[in-house]
Ligand binder design. Structure first.
Ligand code: SF4
Length: 360
């Protein structure tokens, strides 16, 4: 799809606006391939304010590609703890290992090479290649597609394959030879600050207002078209926070399987379904654990992209020497420093803090 002539005029207007309005974000201070890559992966499905502290902490522990490739999995997961979508972290390390094993110390510098690495798709390859290595390629994600759909007054459903093709072609036409990375970031910035999703865009503040077809036609609020997402599957779970009564109490954790949701991360022991106290005691006895003082805890809900967990909780004092495979006792200090507990289970941490305070 050739860009409409008026859309070509967007490029200088957008670049001038971005020069004055770009937010000072940490990954904009250093455009090395490694840093752009880490920030782009962290920013997938995650808000900027959430990412900033993770970005700093990650780079402090793993400042280079080699450091990432050689980092122990537990450190990697601890640095990602709470950020969600943990396969992103695993893929980062897989890609880093692949590059180091090929005899290089730095990320490849072209779109064609980047896209072959684990976890790097079209958008991320485009973002890294254009921002860090100045290659003239677009970086098109949902945010950019929304801006382009409005600029070109397109009613193509953003969730369709046709939309991917249409907006990639349009962005490829628009991205300039000079400063392609600045252009790509400018479109993203416009989408994140002015041409907003799920609400009316702030056309009155937009540098592209005079060239925007949707604004001209008065249909900016109707675009983009996006077919509804599929309903999430709801799963009930019963989560058990179990402690010993030693001077320094230990807490029971379980390591999740190496594949699937939250692969290889640690969790509080839990069972499918909403179990009552007798069923919980029975399930724990089957693991070889004897329980005293089982008490219900406030429930919690966690929403993943395709699944929703509705969790009821129990607290109990436990004895039992032999643990089945995959279970381990850890102190509160070890849990804080060493073991990555996904957000879904962190909902039960305030209760542990409360107990520790009472003991202190
Ligand atoms: S004029 Fe409005 S709809 Fe068009 S790009 Fe700007 S903010 Fe978006």
């Amino acid at each position: 799809m050739a860009a409409q002539p008026c859309l070509k005029n967007c490029v200088p207007a957008l670049m001038n606006w971005y020069a004055d309005h770009a937010r000072p974000l940490p990954w904009r201070e250093d455009n090395s391939g490694y840093r752009v890559w880490i920030s782009e992966i962290m920013l997938q499905q995650t808000r900027i304010e959430t990412v900033i502290p993770y970005y700093h902490a990650f780079l402090e522990k793993m400042p280079t590609l080699r450091a990432l490739a050689e980092a122990p999995t537990e450190l990697l997961m601890k640095c990602w703890e709470g950020l969600g979508y943990y396969s992103r972290a695993r893929n980062l390390q897989k890609a880093a290992k692949q590059v180091i094993e090929s005899g290089r110390e730095q990320l490849p510098t072209t779109y064609a090479e980047l896209i072959k690495l684990p976890g790097i798709g079209e958008y991320t390859a485009g973002a890294i290649a254009s921002i860090a290595f100045h290659e003239r390629v677009p970086a098109v994600d949902g945010n950019v597609m929304r801006v382009l759909a409005r600029l070109s007054a397109s009613y193509t459903d953003l969730l369709s394959t046709a939309a991917k093709k249409e907006f990639f072609a349009l962005a490829s036409e628009l991205v300039p030879e000079k400063d392609p990375g600045q252009f790509n970031q400018a479109v993203m910035e416009l989408g994140e600050t002015i041409c907003l999703p799920n609400t009316s865009p702030h056309c009155e503040l937009c540098p592209l207002q005079k060239m925007c077809r949707a604004h001209e036609l008065g249909i900016a609020d109707d675009l983009p078209v996006r077919s509804g997402p599929k309903a999430r599957k709801v799963e009930q779970k019963t989560v058990c926070v179990l402690m010993t009564t030693e001077a320094e109490p230990r807490i029971l954790l379980h390591k999740r399987p190496e594949t699937g949701l939250l692969a290889g991360l640690f969790e509080f022991p839990n069972f499918s379904g909403s179990l009552d106290d007798r069923e919980v005691s029975k399930a724990l006895n089957q693991l070889g654990l004897s329980i005293q003082n089982l008490q219900p805890l406030p429930g919690a809900k966690h929403v993943f992209s395709h699944i929703e967990w509705l969790m009821s909780g129990y607290f109990g004092i436990v004895s039992g020497e032999t643990l089945p495979g995959g279970y381990l006792w850890v102190t509160r200090e070890q849990m804080k420093k060493q073991y990555a507990l996904p957000s879904a289970f962190r909902a039960f941490l305030p209760f542990l803090d409360h107990i520790s305070q009472e003991e202190g």
